[in-house]
Design a binder for this molecule. Structure first.
Ligand code: CTP
Length: 422
């Protein structure tokens, strides 16, 4: 489930047909703002309100704002089969707010009204934006229904925490309209990507390295490997042939070659073996900068006294790749910083890009809540030699992965145009 806050990919909504489903919750008034923003972004919006939604907001409001008149009924309208028409013509079906009832019926395949029927009749991507009281949001029935929908490929934009109806405060508040529209645009942009990396060989590293102290202890960091695994999964979905060098115990994505490593030295050896044939290397791994000079044989015991750990620098794999790369190869590094500001973060990223002679640096401020190491989400600035290319505010790691691969695909395309591929 995402808590996406990406910027609207330019042009993703222009001319696209969006069915905007609105269900009956206090947050229905925010759907008016979602509708206006979709129309402003050039989308052709068909609002579909449930009967309960009309108790909170007027059909006329939506009809006045949207490109098409708002619809509410499964039967009785001039068009005898509006649910199939709406579903078939849609490029995207977006439900905001989505109540527990709508989520439950959709998961169970029940088409009780026009919106339910449209959801079952469409093959377009679907984005569900739940909003409800905290107790309902946290109820296992709701969470399981959402998990079912996500397994079927439905995108879910998680609610935020804040003020709810009746003066309550907690999780379950509808995501902000700007975030909803950004997530909708992101979904449509994703559909356009298709298999744009097919024929490309991509090497991705993931996870934090473990540097042995003795037989049972090691120096490590908080990296989970999720971001690197998400990049490998997204690259494979976009047609690339992917080699994932990982320290992570997460299940690797399907369809990729996996090389399991543990220490910086093992990771370096695996990268050296696979990098020469790669068109792209994405160094998402959190490689230790230092390791104990010597791992102690056996296990240190308290009776041996306090050990003195002497460290030495590890090999900087990325810098090595930057110094030895073949023409046309695209190198992507990461920078995990605790920065004073976004500008500071980006300035540090640019310095890293120049120092290590790479094409792109993905920088995240790990001092921010929910960003980077160990979290499901991330927020990054993607920096190239000419400066900041993209800023992706807090988003699920798969969303960040696609934004990184967008920058990679652009770089590959511009190199092919200039003819500097080998
Ligand atoms: N990296 C590497 N080999 C290392 C250390 C890091 O290849 N021994 C790569 C990482 O995979 C990442 C980038 O280099 O892509 C991070 O650079 P690094 O200099 O380690 O930056 P940080 O550790 O984020 O920051 P600092 O400069 O403070 O060390």
């Amino acid at each position: 489930m995402t808590s996406t806050r990406s910027e609207v990919p330019a042009g993703a909504l222009a001319g696209r047909r969006v069915v905007l489903g609105v269900t009956g919750g206090i947050a229905a008034y925010k759907a008016v703002e979602v509708c206006r923003r979709l129309v402003d972004a050039g989308a052709l919006v068909s609002p579909v309100l449930t009967a309960a939604a009309t108790r909170f907001v007027g059909v006329t409001t939506f009809s006045a704002l949207a490109s098409e008149p708002a619809a509410t009924e499964l039967f009785g309208a001039a068009d005898p089969i509006p649910h199939t028409r709406l579903g078939q013509r849609a490029d995207l079906v977006l439900v905001a707010p989505a109540t527990a009832r709508l989520i439950g019926e959709y998961a169970a395949g029940i088409a009780r009204d026009l919106l339910g029927a449209t959801l079952l009749a469409t093959r377009a991507p679907v984005l569900i934006c739940p909003a409800m009281h905290t107790e309902m949001w946290e109820h296992p029935a709701v969470q399981e229904n959402l998990a079912v929908l996500e397994r079927r490929g439905v995108a879910v934009l998680a609610p935020t925490s804040g003020r709810l109806a009746g003066g309550d405060v907690g999780a379950g508040r509808l995501a902000e309209p700007s975030d909803i529209v950004a997530a909708a645009a992101g979904l449509l942009a994703g559909r356009r990507r298709g298999r744009d990396l097919s024929g490309r060989r991509i090497l991705v590293t993931a996870g934090g390295t473990r540097e042995p102290i003795d037989a049972v202890r090691y120096l490590a960091n908080r990296s989970s490997g999720r971001q690197g695994h998400a990049i490998a999964a997204a690259a494979a979905a976009r047609g690339a042939s992917v080699c994932l060098v990982t320290t992570s115990e997460l299940a690797p994505p399907g369809g990729v070659e996996v090389v399991r490593v543990s220490s910086a030295a093992e990771l370096a050896a695996a990268v050296r073996a696979h990098a020469p044939s790669a068109d792209v290397v994405v160094m998402a791994a959190a490689v230790a900068d230092f390791r104990p000079v010597r791992a102690i044989a056996g296990k240190l015991a308290k009776r041996d006294g306090i050990p003195e750990l002497v460290l030495e620098p590890t090999e900087d794999v990325l810098a090595e790749l930057g110094a030895s790369r073949r023409p046309g190869q695209v190198l992507v590094g990461f920078a995990a910083e605790v920065a004073a500001s976004t500008e500071d973060l980006e300035a540090r990223a640019l310095r890293k890009l120049e120092d290590k002679q790479v094409d792109l640096v993905v920088a995240n401020d790990v001092g921010q809540p929910d960003v980077g190491f160990g979290y499901e989400t991330n927020a990054v600035s993607i920096v190239g030699a000419a400066g900041v290319l993209t800023r992706v505010p807090l988003a699920a790691k798969p969303t960040i992965a696609d934004a990184i691969l967008d920058a990679v695909a652009e770089r590959l395309a511009s190199r092919a145009d200039r003819g500097d591929e080998q």
